[in-house]
Design a protein around this ligand. Structure first.
Ligand SMILES: NC(=O)c1ccc[n+]([C@@H]2O[C@H](COP(=O)([O-])OP(=O)(O)OC[C@H]3O[C@@H](n4cnc5c(N)ncnc54)[C@H](OP(=O)(O)O)[C@@H]3O)[C@@H](O)[C@H]2O)c1
Length: 251
């Protein structure tokens, strides 16, 4: 009997953990799909394919051609297009789909959070919050901040960002996981007044929130986009394995 083929749409820590757990199951073949944005994505268990599918139709064609039995969207909560495409392709092909979304962060006592609906909304809040900004929203979309000539930005991301950037920008290339002490040093060393983050959730990048809380700094949190209508996500790898009838074993 041919193995059950599971496609994991990846680009997150959870996707990597899921691939490892699935690869450990006899009778399962797992393929992880990466967008190809990061030049050194790190080891992933099972098969890996890289690059876009060509929209929902391209993904549907891939699901058919590769005899995919289930697709798991384990992409980043802010990767809206690929999730939308996955849901459409699943509907068109009849291939069951599961969405894995790590829960968002919750404010704790002492946090000074300012919620924004978008990067542009975050940019609009900054002039009132302080002149030195640590921007951790990723290398894409920084054009939203490019007009803020009066502020100084430290932009931390995994890959170098492209223009347009704010006039006063220092780029720090780094990949999580980060520590509270490291994040505290970073905020202090750069005399940061305000932190900007997406509500990515997860533990790897949460220490910046703890560090900001301890230093009493405000944080602008960009809210997550909502999932497509009718889509309900599971919060972790165990939940996905249960949905797949694979018993919650996490490898
Ligand atoms: N957005 C973030 O803040 C963020 C943060 C960390 C990691 N990531 C990861 O980086 C990737 C790209 O993020 P994004 O925000 O640019 O996504 P996006 O806007 O939802 O996707 C744009 C296009 O990139 C391709 N794509 C995205 N993810 C893919 C995947 N896993 N496999 C194959 N093709 C993929 C698709 O192209 P086609 O239409 O041609 O298929 C998609 O239409 C995602 O996989 C995500 O998990 C994103």
């Amino acid at each position: 009997m041919s193995p059950r083929h599971i496609l994991v749409l990846g680009g997150t820590t959870e996707a990597r953990e899921l691939a490892a757990a699935l690869a450990a199951h006899p009778g399962v073949r797992v393929t992880t799909s990466l967008a190809g944005r990061v030049s050194r994505p790190g080891a992933v268990a099972g098969d890996v394919r890289v690059g876009g599918f060509g929209g929902a139709d391209g993904l549907a064609a891939w699901l058919r051609a590769e005899h995919v039995d289930t697709v798991v969207d384990a992409t980043h909560p802010f990767a809206v297009s690929i999730t939308d495409n996955a849901m459409r392709a699943a509907r068109a092909t009849g291939v069951p789909a599961v969405v894995l979304r790590r829960p968002g962060w919750r404010p704790e006592p002492g946090d000074r959070w300012h919620e924004a609906a978008s990067l542009a909304g975050a940019a609009a809040l900054l002039p009132d919050l302080g002149p030195r900004v640590l921007l951790t929203t990723g290398r894409l979309g920084l054009a939203a901040f490019a007009h803020l000539d009066g502020l100084r930005f430290v932009v931390r991301c995994v890959e170098p960002p492209g223009p347009p950037l704010p006039a006063h920008t220092e780029v720090l290339l780094a990949r999580g996981p980060f520590t509270v002490s490291g994040e505290t040093d970073l905020l202090r060393d750069h005399r940061v007044d305000v932190l900007v983050t997406k509500d990515s959730g997860g533990s790897a990048t949460a220490p910046k929130l703890t560090a900001a809380r301890r230093l009493g700094l405000p944080v602008v949190v960009v809210r997550r986009p909502v999932l497509p209508e009718g889509v309900e996500a599971v919060p972790d790898v165990r939940g996905v394995l249960e949905r797949l009838g694979l018993g919650g074993r996490t490898g």
